[in-house]
Design a protein. Sequence first.
Length: 621
Amino acid sequence: MNKGSFFISIGLKLMGIVSLILGISLGGLTLLSTWFFSNDIERTIRANTLDRVELLSDKIGSDLTNDINTGTLIAATMDGGFAYGGAGAGAGTTGTAMTEELLAKNQNFKGIWIIGMDQALPTIKTGSGELEDSGDKALAALGSRTTTVFAGETVITNASPEFGEPILDIAFPYAMKSETEADTIVILAVSMDSFTSALSARELYTNYLVDSNGTLLVHPDTTLTLARPSWANEEIVRDSMKGEVKLKQMQFTSGDGKLYIGSYQRFFNDSLAVISAIPTADALANVFVLQKRNMLITAMILCLSLFVLFFFSKSLTSPISRLMHGAVAIGKGDFSVQIPPTTSDEIGRLSATFNEMTLGLAERDKIKSAFGKFVNKEVAERAMRGDIALGGESRTAAIFFSDIRSFTAISEKLSPHEVVEFLNDYMTRMVACVDRTNGVVDKFIGDAIMAIWGVPYSRGNDTENAINAALMMREALAEFNKGRGGDRAPIIRIGSGINTGEVIAGQIGSMERMEYTCIGDAVNLASRIESLNKIFKTDILISEHSYALVKNIFRFEPMKKIHVKGKEEPQQIYAVLGRIDDRSGFASIGELRSFLGLESVALDSVDPDAQEEKYEIIEGV
């Protein structure tokens, strides 16, 4: 994982996912249950309002009809046109006495008047009851609708403002001239107590009575009744005045902006309408309370779930976190990490498997380290990956050979243990030079070293790297020789030969035992060039092929051309003095030989056959 990448722990993801699922599930369940419950409540309320207006209209209509019938009877006794045989009535009983008796039996009747039409103006013919002298008030409350009553219709009027108390005027035809014209009418002043009681409700419903003009007739609130407002602009009242249907349920907005659920029913020849309504917010208050309670329960469940999930996720993420840190440690090369299993589930099994894997990697690393001591690390890694198959591949490489001069004579003066200790110290210094220049030590041949650049990977400047390694060996050998001298620690001199050419690189051997190496004529030439350092009194010689690749990088001293056995053309070889950009390097072969402690040599005095059978000096070239 990159340092800058955003990290979210598994525990946090688990808590987030489960919380989201629980939140959606419980929240959705709460909303759905609330919605269904709200719909059920709303349907119940709608049904209740319909039932109420039906019952109220029946009750009020029945009471009004009874009041009209009784009022007709009382008017007949007042007019003397009806013989009443009730209790207390006798032969000498007057119509007034009988009227008073009937009024006494109907306590809700406050007054009754018979109105006659005289010269198109209604006149009070006679009256009776508590409001006997208030016929003009009853007539004033009726107003212009008096003509409607004389036309044969019954009119119900709220006379409360005129009388100063809740009074309902019931005006109806009494004596008819014809089917459409009355000679006299009766106005009956009735107390609203029974109507108010019928319209009153213990619940949140509001029930009231209006006439066909939208004027309030009866309301449980006496103040409103006495005010006799016109509610013709109220949506439900306006709808009831249209006369399209007698019974209707609807949702409407009142003048104060509140949303209501209500119903109305027109009755009494469509002259009256009883309305029952309830504020939607009040009707659904219990729903909202339930919704809040459910949301609170949901929040509590979520909190409890998060609490449980926190500890559960800790039991899950803690071993995973240990595994992650262990994997990071392994990535850094620490194979000693062990994760003790703390659970008996899949995580525990994973921890045990991780430990087995760590042991396997540790063992593999040991093998790799041990293998790398015998084979170059790059070659070892390729071999362990299976990238190197049995056989070889053609490569252009720089081949290096080095050899200790007079090693046989040196080793004769030392014990085997001292020889091994001396060689190990020497080889360690020399191999370090090869490694630092990206070379591969192919093999050790006694005191000789064979190294290659360009195999298995080419760096693009393999010959330069090979010569740099040889120059570094020159300096490392000078450092190695400091303090040495004598039979037990003799001064060491070496010779190095470098050639660049095509080789066959690969695993050479059998399926049971093989060695990664390079073979080819270029290898043989490098070995033979190395041996020429003995007669030319030098320490680093390169071939003409190598020289062509690096002639602008290093300073060279050309040696005489030689014939190498197996080669028809003479070969030009060069002694390496140093890098051109190194001002402290040697300017001539003489300075180099002086540094190496070697005397100058005249090549024409050398017997090539006696010195080396692999080559011969070409005279006169």
